[in-house]
Design a protein around this ligand. Structure first.
Ligand code: GBH
Length: 474
């Protein structure tokens, strides 16, 4: 088993929060059961050409019917925290009225997790807006803010006796800029002006809900938001590249962060998008204050850096609001199967920068992981040496950041299961557990055992101590 001959035993702080993450639409399936209403992702995936191979979320991992089995799987791996999301259209099919059967699913899940001593971290919104609310204008419509706050209030009332850790919104950047800006995600709208309004309303929804829940929650409840970060690699030292990197960094890594940290939107991004005339009319008096509601921790979703370039020298256009002059270059090899660069050192830098920039606000890596083309071996094992390496390197990077003073309190792997990878359908496997989408059979990958080892020892695993069957074919 010398195959994974890297990694040293580096211990994490006591009480480090270990876990794995998923999202409702990506795993649940059962999209028409127990009164669930359609979400924008059901509608989007039903239109040919939107999702690779025209995959959809109808069955996904069938987690809706297999949540017991999936909780057992986590128990087997010793996973102590589970981050999942609630499907808004399952619990409020029409965007306002409670569907008790939908809510009951999360009730049962919370109970099962409690039985196994697994601590839930619930995300209230991971991209799946009820379709009826999209029909009323979706996130570019300010009314959606009040709808979200009511929904958040309701699920909090129902689950807060068992769920003490909450994420309001996952990656508002993606919901706004991919959903309404470049149209790559649901609802598939390409309108930079709408995207900016959506961005503001997503943040306002976060702040409005957070302020409301904070008032009723005891100090035992913790609230955060999960933001996605992609540090900019400056490919060449000339001014054009520096400017492209600065503009990209501002919108990608600071636009949402600055707002939730009470700094307002960054001036350079505001100047870049001014001609769209979107924010100035959308931002009402008091909004920025609402958005700046105090957080208990910040969720960091990190996968890869980006390589911005002046558009004329780039391979792709950026297609983000205000970044018309900016393009992208491909990352350095070896890439993951998403085409993303692997750069653990960037995670260390990011965590150190955020610790300083957010003045010691506790950070939790709320998502980190990689897709590779895994196959089931002749004896049923799934050896995923590339993902094992990715995790060892990125856990080492987190450990290094902590050693150097970063305030990182946890790490959640993306993802527990292979699942519906949005516009890429089932072609991209991010799980530490393999899912056969024909039979729904789950198989723990080598990376799953690696994560289990990290959790058990509270350390970056040393390959020597990994389970014996790791790396063996049968
Ligand atoms: C997360 O978003 C989601 O929260 C999760 O649901 C999803 O399954 C997971 O990631 C995997 O995709 O191509 O080099 O320009 C990820 C947000 C935004 C991260 C785009 C990578 C592009 C890097 N992603 N970013 S690059």
């Amino acid at each position: 088993d010398g195959e994974y001959g890297f990694g040293q035993e580096l211990s994490f702080p006591r009480d480090f929060v270990w876990g794995a993450a998923t999202a409702a639409f990506q795993i649940e399936g059962a999209t028409k059961e127990d009164g669930r209403g359609p979400s924008i992702w059901d509608t989007f995936a039903a239109i040919p050409g939107n999702v690779l191979d025209n995959d959809n979320g109808d069955f996904a991992c069938d987690h809706f019917h297999r949540s017991g089995e999936d909780v057992d799987l986590m128990d087997r791996l010793g996973i102590p925290h589970y981050r999942f999301s609630l499907s808004w259209s399952r619990v409020q099919p029409d965007g306002k009225t409670v569907e008790p059967r939908g809510l009951a699913f999360y009730d049962r899940l919370a109970d099962r997790l409690a039985e196994r001593g697994i601590v839930p971290i619930a995300t209230m919104y991971h991209w799946d807006l009820p379709q009826v609310l999209q029909d009323d204008g979706g996130w570019p419509n300010r009314d959606t803010v009040a709808r979200f706050a009511d929904y958040a209030d309701m699920v909090f009332d129902r689950l807060s006796d068992r769920v003490r850790h909450w994420v309001t919104i996952n990656e508002p950047f993606c919901s706004a800029f991919f959903g309404y800006g470049n149209g790559m995600h649901a609802p598939g709208i390409s309108d930079h002006r709408a995207a900016l309004r959506a961005a503001h309303h997503l943040l306002l929804a976060h702040g409005t809900a957070l302020r409301r829940l904070r008032e009723k929650a005891g100090s035992s409840h913790k609230f955060g938001i999960a933001l996605n970060f992609a540090p900019a690699v400056i490919e060449a030292a000339d001014e054009g590249y520096r400017q492209a990197a600065r503009k990209f960094d501002c919108l990608q890594n600071r636009f949402f962060l600055d707002a939730v940290m009470g700094r307002g939107y960054p001036a350079e991004s505001l100047a870049d998008v001014a001609h769209l005339d979107a924010l100035q009319p959308a931002v009402a008096d008091g909004d920025l204050e609402t958005i700046a509601a105090p957080l208990d921790w910040l969720g960091i979703n990190y996968y890869a850096p980006c390589r911005p370039a002046p558009l004329a020298e780039a391979k792709w256009a950026c297609d983000l609001p205000g970044l018309d002059s900016v393009g992208m270059l491909p990352g350095a090899e070896p890439l993951t199967s998403m085409g993303w660069e692997q750069a653990p050192d960037r995670l260390t830098q990011l965590l150190l920068w955020l610790t300083e920039y957010c003045e010691g606000l506790p950070l939790i890596v709320a998502e980190n992981g990689a897709a590779f083309p895994d196959t089931v071996g002749p004896c049923g094992h799934v050896h995923d040496p590339q993902r094992v390496r990715y995790y060892v390197e990125h856990l080492t990077a987190v450990h290094q950041a902590i050693e150097r003073g970063a305030k990182v309190e946890g790490y959640l792997a993306w993802s527990l299961l292979d699942n519906f990878e949005w516009a890429m359908g089932y072609s991209q496997r991010f799980g530490v557990v393999h899912v056969d989408f024909e039979t729904q059979e789950r198989r723990i990958k080598d990376s799953g055992w690696l994560l289990a080892q990290a959790i058990r020892t509270n350390a970056v695993p040393n390959a020597k101590h990994l389970r014996n069957d790791l790396g063996n074919d049968c």
